[in-house]
Every structure is written in C-alpha cells, then in structure tokens.
Design a protein around this ligand. Sequence first.
Ligand code: BV8
Ligand code: ZN
Length: 259
Amino acid sequence: ADLGEPTSSADPAVDPAVVDALRAARRVLVLSGAGMSAESGVPTFRDAQSGLWERFDPSSLATQEAWDDDPPFVWAWYAWRAALLRRVEPHAGHRAVADLARLRDVEVVTQNVDDLHERAGSRVLSHVHGSLLSFRCRDCATPWQGELAVPDEPVERLDPPTCPACGGDVRPGVVWFGEEMPRDAWDAAVGAVERLDVGDVVLVAGTSGLVYPAAGLPAMALGQGAVVVEVNPQPSDVSDLCHHHVRDGAATALPALVA
Ligand code: BV8
Ligand code: ZN
C-alpha cells in the first residue's frame, strides 16, 4: 500500500449512526463473550476445541459432574486453556475498548475467563463466569497461587495440584454449568446495567447469547433505554433485541467504532 495513504479505519459493516450514538453516549457498557477472544487465537465455545477435546462439547466438560467423574481429565483441559493464554495477545478490538475508556465512562462485563481485556488496559468490572487464571481448593476454597505445570503438548490427563491447607484437589476458578455465578460478580454486572441511562450505549461483542443468566443482560440494558449494538459476524440469540448490528469481527469493528 502507498505509505502516504492514511489507512481509513472505516469498516463497511459500521453504520455511522452507531459511531454517532457512541459519541453522544455518556456511558458505554461492553458485554463481551468468547467471540471477543477469537481473533486473539482463543477458540470460542462454538469452535471445535483442540484435537484432544474436539469430540467433547465444552458445556459437557465445564461441569461439576465431568470434574467429579475424572478430575485429571478436566484439569488437563483447563491447564491447556490457561497455558494457551500465555501464548496469545489481546487484539486491536481489546485495545479499542481500553482507548474508549479515555473518552467515555466505560464498564466492561465479560463472560470470558481470559485476561485479554485486562492485558489491553481495560479494568474489567465483572467476570461473570470466573477466571481461568484463578484456582481454589474444591473442598476448603483456599485460593491456590502455585505455578501451573503444563506440558507443551496437550495431554489427556494431568493430576490437579493439591490444596496446601487440606490436601483437597485444586479446581479452576471458573463457573461451571449448573453452578451459580459468584454473587458479587453477578451483582456488579446487574449494577452496571442499572446505571445505564437513555442514550447510553451497550456493545454486545462476540456472544451467541445462549448462556443464562448472562445472556439476559442485553435485554435488561434495553429496558434501561440504552442503545444496544451487536458486534458479531453472525446473528445470535440476542440479535433481535439489538438496535444495530455490526456484522464484522471485533478486532476490526471495535477500532472502527471508536475511531
Ligand atoms: C446457572 C466458564 C443455575 C467455564 C461458562 C441445566 C442444568 C443447569 C443449568 C442449566 C441447565 N439448562 C440451562 C441452564 C442454565 C445454564 C445455561 O444457560 N445453559 C445453556 C447452555 C442453555 N446456565 C448455567 O448453568 C449458569 N448457572 O444457571 O446456575 C443455578 C441457579 C441457582 C442455584 C444453583 C444453580 C452458569 C453458566 C456458566 C457456565 N460457564 N464459562 C469455562 O470457561 O470452562 S459459559 C461459557 O460458555 C462462556 O463463559 C460463555 O458464557 C459461554 C459461551 O458463550 P459465548 O461467550 O457467547 O461464546 P460462544 O462460543 O457461544 O459464541 C461465540 C460468539 O462469538 C458467536 O456468536 C460467534 O458468532 C461470535 N464470534 C466469532 N468470532 C467472532 C465473534 N464475534 C466477534 N468477533 C469475532 N471475531
Ligand atoms: Zn483445601
């Protein structure tokens, strides 16, 4: 490309009305899902998981039952996912969210258990489904801060660490299907929605809108009179309640929206 040409950050999928809404908003709430991490190389729940686990539906692995049935098998999956985070970087979409916070009152609520928003400079108000990088004893809940031992190649089974306080198995600090979300995380997310006013903007980025109660947040935001914008290359289960749809990847759409 001719170096003299300013690269336009305009994204054909971005409706100027959305850019205007963002400019007019006092507050912006970002609700992100696995699609927000996709362009950083973290597989979404819809994508096939890595080779070893591709025959398993993640929502069957991310359960207390799967863990109780075979802790080393489920621990190996989480250890591989946590290790993957060390090899990936936030993308321009994560950085755009962090940049926006310099111009607007931005709150980030994510279903993601990775730290990509934080590494791009955002403060995340709530990880409603917990974090892949926090661990605790499954019996006495003592936090475990040990060094995660993970082989370079995915392995099917890996013994979880044992709790220094009671010898119980250490588990990942994520919320499993069928588990209640941490009260403070959910209350923080709902609080962010309740702070929205007419004209504020909600960016629903990279979620299929299938997992409840998190998937109910966009509808609650709509009830506050916010402008709800979906950033997702595909339609989702919350598309119908969004005022605008930016049918592009988050790494392209968000920088164009914030430009
Ligand atoms: C609860 C952490 C109850 C774990 C996750 C039967 C029994 C028990 C519960 C239920 C049940 N039936 C239904 C339920 C409720 C259940 C639920 O909703 N199930 C669904 C499947 C129907 N919910 C729960 O269990 C929740 N807890 O209800 O507790 C309770 C209540 C009181 C008392 C006791 C118990 C807890 C759910 C939390 C589960 N944990 N994560 C881990 O990571 O291992 S959920 C996990 O999956 C993610 O965190 C995320 O939330 C979800 C995946 O959804 P998305 O983020 O939307 O990602 P997805 O892959 O689906 O889609 C990606 C999207 O991105 C797509 O739309 C795609 O188009 C888009 N995309 C792709 N590329 C890009 C992109 N977008 C932008 N840019 C791109 N480049
Ligand atoms: Zn313990």
